[in-house]
Design a protein around this ligand. Structure first.
Ligand SMILES: [Zn+2]
Length: 403
C-alpha cells in the first residue's frame, strides 16, 4: 500500500465528512474523538453495535452522524416471521441456508451441523425494525446504514465477535480490516444468505427510511443487477417520498457503466469511494472520472477512527487528481474558491458559475450538503436533456478544466 496523501491544515479538514466508517469496531479514545478535525458517519451493522453508535453520537454530537442499520453479513440472524411465531433456531437456519427440498444440498449437511452451534438465536425482522425506529427517531439527522446486498459473502465458521470487533493491536498504518474485505484467515462455510432474504430485510429497512425520511448508506458487492432492480422498485413504489431521501452507494464497486445507468435515472443516488476498498483496483480511477462531479462523496470505511481523516483525505486527493481539480490548502481557500480575481479563473476566462472556481474540498463539501438535505427532483447539476447525454462523455473535458 502506498503512503497516504499527507494531511492538510485542520481548517481544510473542517469541511470534510467521512461518509462511511465503523469507529465502534475498535476501542474508542475520547481524546481522539474530541480532537477529530472533521465529521464522521458512524455505521452500525448488527444488534450489538446499534447502542455503541448511539452512545458515540450522544457523546460527540458535533462530530458523529449516527447511522443505524443491519448489514448483509449479519442478516441471516434475522427471521422474517413475526416475534410471536419465531421458528426454533435449527428450523430458521435450515430453512434459510439449506432447504432439504433441494437434493443437491444433502452433501452440505455436515457443514451445516458444524455451523449451527456457532450461530445466534434468530431475531424477528419486526423487532429489529422497531429498534431501528427508536434509534433513528432519537436523532433527527441519523441515517440508515450500513444496509445493502452482498452476493460474495460466505458465513464464517466462527461465533459472532464481541465488540469492539477489531480490538487486536491497531495496525501501524491503514487500510486493513473492513466490512467489505473479509479477513482472509477466517475459515468460511459454504453457506451464503439467499438474495431473496437479503432483499426482504433490506426493503423493510428502506421502507422505514422512507417513512422517517432518512438518508441511506448502501453496500453492494457482486450485486449490480440486484441493486439496479432494487432502486427501480423503490422509486416506483415510493415516488417522491423515495427521491426525498439520499442514497450513498458506499465504497462503490459498480462498474463505471453500471454507475452511469444509476446516475441517468436516479436523482437521489450518490457514490462514495474509499482508499481501503476501492484503491485496491485501478477501476476506481475510471469511476472517479465517470461520476457526475455533483454526485461524489468520500469515506474511509475504516474501523479505527484515528485514521478516518487520513483515509478520507487520501480519497479526496485521489479524486482531485483524477478530475483535475485543485486542492485547497486553507479553510479560507475552501470558502472563497478561485473567484478572488473579479470572477476570472486561472486561465483568465470569465467563469460562468461559482462552482467553476471551487477546489476539490469545496465541491465535495457542497455535495455532502445536497446529500444531507435530500429532496431531489432533478439530476444534480443537470438541467437539459442534451447535458444528460454528455455526462457519460465529459470526463476528458473535465480534465482540461471544463465541466
Ligand atoms: Zn462498511
Amino acid at each position: 500500500m502506498d503512503a497516504l496523501h499527507p494531511l492538510p491544515h485542520p481548517s481544510v479538514l473542517a469541511h470534510v465528512v467521512d461518509a462511511h466508517c465503523h469507529p465502534t469496531d475498535s476501542p474508542l479514545s475520547p481524546a481522539v474523538l474530541s480532537g477529530l478535525p472533521h465529521r464522521i458517519c458512524a455505521m452500525a451493522t448488527r444488534a450489538s453495535d446499534q447502542p455503541l453508535v448511539r452512545s458515540l453520537a450522544e457523546q460527540f454530537p458535533d462530530k458523529v452522524i449516527p447511522c443505524f442499520g443491519y448489514h448483509p453479513w449479519f442478516i441471516h440472524w434475522i427471521s422474517l416471521a413475526p416475534p410471536n411465531a419465531l421458528p426454533a433456531k435449527d428450523v430458521h437456519y435450515q430453512t434459510l441456508l439449506l432447504p432439504l427440498s433441494e437434493p443437491e444440498h444433502a452433501p452440505l449437511l455436515p457443514a451445516f451441523h458444524r455451523l449451527l452451534p456457532l450461530l445466534p438465536d434468530p431475531v424477528s425482522l419486526a423487532t429489529i425494525v422497531e429498534d431501528l425506529r427508536t434509534n433513528l427517531s432519537a436523532f433527527p439527522h441519523a441515517m440508515l446504514g450500513e444496509v445493502g446486498l452482498d452476493r460474495a459473502f460466505r458465513i464464517p465458521f466462527e461465533r459472532p465477535a464481541v465488540p469492539p470487533y477489531a480490538s487486536s493491536p491497531a495496525p501501524s498504518h491503514p487500510p486493513g480490516h473492513s466490512h467489505d474485505a473479509p479477513e482472509p484467515r477466517r475459515e468460511l462455510s459454504p453457506f451464503t444468505t439467499p438474495l431473496a432474504h437479503q432483499v426482504a430485510v433490506l426493503e423493510a429497512q428502506l421502507a422505514l427510511a422512507v417513512v422517517l425520511r432518512r438518508n441511506v448508506s448502501m453496500h453492494a458487492v457482486k450485486a449490480q443487477q440486484a441493486t439496479l432492480a432494487l432502486l427501480a422498485r423503490m422509486r416506483a413504489a415510493h415516488g417522491s417520498a423515495w427521491t426525498a431521501l439520499s442514497v450513498d452507494m458506499h465504497s462503490c464497486g459498480l462498474s463505471a457503466l453500471g454507475w452511469a445507468e444509476i446516475e441517468r435515472v436516479h436523482p437521489n443516488v450518490f457514490l462514495s469511494l474509499s482508499t481501503a476498498i476501492n484503491a485496491r483496483s485501478p477501476a476506481h480511477v475510471a469511476l472517479l472520472r465517470a461520476v457526475h462531479p455533483a454526485r461524489l462523496l468520500v469515506e474511509s470505511d475504516f474501523h479505527d477512527v484515528a485514521y478516518s481523516a487520513a483515509c478520507t483525505w487520501d480519497m479526496l486527493a485521489r479524486a482531485a487528481t483524477a478530475r483535475g481539480w485543485w486542492l485547497e490548502e486553507s479553510g479560507a481557500e475552501v470558502e472563497a474558491g478561485r473567484m478572488l480575481r473579479a470572477g476570472h479563473g486561472d486561465d483568465g476566462q470569465a467563469m460562468a458559475k461559482a462552482e467553476e472556481g471551487w477546489g476539490a474540498v469545496r465541491r465535495i463539501a457542497e455535495n455532502w450538503r445536497v446529500f444531507e438535505r435530500g429532496g431531489h427532483t432533478v439530476l444534480p447539476g443537470v438541467k437539459k436533456k442534451r447535458d444528460k447525454k454528455k455526462l457519460l462523455l465529459d470526463s476528458s473535458e473535465e480534465e482540461s478544466g471544463g465541466e
